[in-house]
Design a protein around this ligand. Structure first.
Ligand code: HEM
Length: 514
């Protein structure tokens, strides 16, 4: 008798936990992709048979007659928004109903992670987005530009010293540039990872941001959400404690040094520190506690990670596309040489950002090879999607419902971008740029939650590309895999086979430039 009861109870538990959630979209009468227990619609991704972008894009086209459809990210039901007008409505007009991102890791496990702007919720997010946004305005970027420029030139000098061909997988190589560039640009810390590859800063960065747990993170981010008990049980953290302690020390020492020597350097560290202190003063709180330091440390760690990773991948993707499209590369080199000659070795921010062809290349790069595959939101107030198409009924969304925007798929839709897999900067030329549908061109997301650093990364990539192409040409090698194969192991857009490109020192450079 007891045995039968236990079996029944277990059966009921398994049904409720594993099988019942699979009915989520069916009972709501919403078109959906049939899921499997536990893995939902991600089996091909888990088995590395398809990249996440491939899975989402296949479904985007399969459900193209629908404005939305149901998807299961493991056990979590998420509403995929296929229609770019509906996406805009959710992200901008009705933002207050969809104000937060997914949190990925249950709160309280990783205190540094909980403080990130991306993760913060409600009024707290608003307050901290405001503080951090001050570091990313056009005005602040113009002020920071001279440091960024000096830093790019310093890295190039170190790199170009031997005038040798750089060969092999560009990813670890660009990572060194990203490390030196990010540390200098954000905190004024100079390190030379080309001549000193064993420096502690690079080592900690690699261990903190690229450890195996981190690598799996973006994929298992959904698993964190789906199986929070595992995360709690194993105390999985995004930022390892060693990395946190290391950056805490750096931040403390740098701030103390600046104060002692009366140094004001306008960079991320300075602006964040000022913003937080100002905020605390306004709220009449004590500015001298560990919380403030940790606040700065976690924001810097988050931004350092975002910059280190996205800068590396974007630049690698850019090198790949230019190596495969020598005509585009040559035209860009001509524009760079002319600009450099005209500005007599002192490149101003507005001149860089005003370069016409550079702008076209950058925008196309972000369309085809931007790293973000999707953006997501959580319903924060009950909301109803009103019917528009004849087959639709009102969809009532409850608080906590997960929403996904397949940004990658919008930008691969031929109705918005003809011949979408072609790298074609001409889409953004004077004649064509007004045809770009901004509802679908969303490399950085949309609305108040849009990427806070979209201006910064745009300056950084253009600046580094400018300096690299002043001295080098990118050429494919016999190891370059053509066409581009997207990684099935990562949930951001990166190459499955690395970036085997040669950087050949240019023979046609006018040495008087340097
Ligand atoms: C190629 C580079 C990058 C791409 C493609 C990218 C893309 C994105 C996307 C798609 C989002 C979500 C937007 C949304 O939900 O609507 C986002 C958010 C965010 N990004 Fe980026 N990003 C990049 C670089 C960076 C960098 C360098 C930083 C920091 C220095 C950064 C900081 C953030 C932050 C803090 C958020 C959260 C904003 C919020 O929730 O208010 N990103 N990014």
């Amino acid at each position: 008798m007891w045995f039968v009861l236990i079996v029944l109870a277990l059966g009921l538990y398994i049904y409720r936990k594993i099988f019942q959630p699979l009915q989520f979209w069916k009972v709501r009468n919403i078109p959906y992709e049939k899921p499997l227990p536990i893995v939902g619609n991600l089996l091909d991704s888990i088995l590395k048979r398809k990249s996440l972008s491939e899975i989402l894009t296949e479904l985007y086209f399969k459900y193209s007659k629908h404005r939305y459809f149901g998807f299961f990210s493991f056990r979590t039901p998420t509403l995929m928004i296929n229609d770019v007008d509906l996406a805009k409505q959710i992200c901008i007009k009705d933002f207050e109903y969809f104000a937060d991102h997914r949190i990925f890791i249950p709160k309280g496990i990783d205190k540094m992670w909980d403080k990130l702007i991306f993760i913060r919720e409600g009024a707290e997010w608003q307050e901290h987005r405001k503080i951090s946004s001050a570091s990313f305005t056009l005005g602040k970027l113009r002020v920071m530009f001279s440091n960024l420029s000096k830093c790019a030139q310093r890295i190039m000098t170190s790199l170009h010293k031997n005038n040798k061909m750089v060969t092999g997988n560009m990813r670890p190589f660009i990572m060194k540039i990203a490390n030196d560039f990010t540390l200098d640009a954000f905190m004024g810390i100079q390190c030379d990872s080309f001549n000193d590859p064993d420096n502690a800063l690079l080592k900690v960065a690699v261990n903190t941001y690229l450890n195996p747990r981190m690598k799996g993170f973006l994929f298992f981010g959904t698993a964190y959400n789906t199986f929070p008990f595992l995360t709690k049980f194993f105390q999985w953290k995004f930022f390892p404690d060693t990395g946190r302690d290391f950056y805490r020390k750096i931040v403390r020492e740098t701030l103390e040094y600046r104060e002692k020597h009366n140094i004001t350097r306008i960079d991320m560290l300075h602006l964040l520190n000022e913003g937080l202190l100002e905020n605390l003063r306004e709220n009449k709180k004590d500015p001298d506690n560990d919380e403030v330091q940790d606040e700065i440390v976690s924001q810097l760690m988050g931004m350092y990670f975002a910059n280190f990773d996205s800068f590396t991948l974007t630049l690698c993707n850019c090198m790949y596309e230019l190596a495969l499209n020598p005509d585009i590369q040559e035209r860009l080199i001509r524009e760079i040489d002319e600009t450099w000659a005209n500005c007599e070795g002192n490149l101003p921010h507005d001149t860089l950002m005003g370069m016409t062809y550079m702008d076209m290349v950058y925008k196309e790069l972000m369309r085809l090879r931007g790293n973000a595959i999707l953006a997501e939101r959580i319903v924060t107030k009950p909301y109803t999607i009103q019917p528009v198409l004849p087959h639709e009924k009102p969809v009532h969304l409850k608080v906590g419902q997960d929403i996904t925007f397949p940004l990658y798929s919008y930008m691969r839709d031929p109705k918005f971008f003809p011949d979408p897999y072609k790298f074609d900067p001409e889409r953004f030329n004077e004649e064509n740029k007004h045809k770009i549908d901004n509802r679908a061109y969303l490399p950085f997301g949309e609305g108040p939650r849009k990427c806070i650093a979209f201006r910064l990364i745009s300056v950084e990539i253009r600046l580094m590309l400018f300096h690299l192409l002043l001295r080098f040409r990118f050429v494919p090698t016999e190891k370059t895999v053509i066409p581009f194969v997207e990684s099935k192991r990562h949930n951001i857009l990166t190459s499955e086979h690395g970036y085997f490109i040669n950087m050949e020192p240019r023979k046609d450079i006018d040495e008087t430039y340097f």
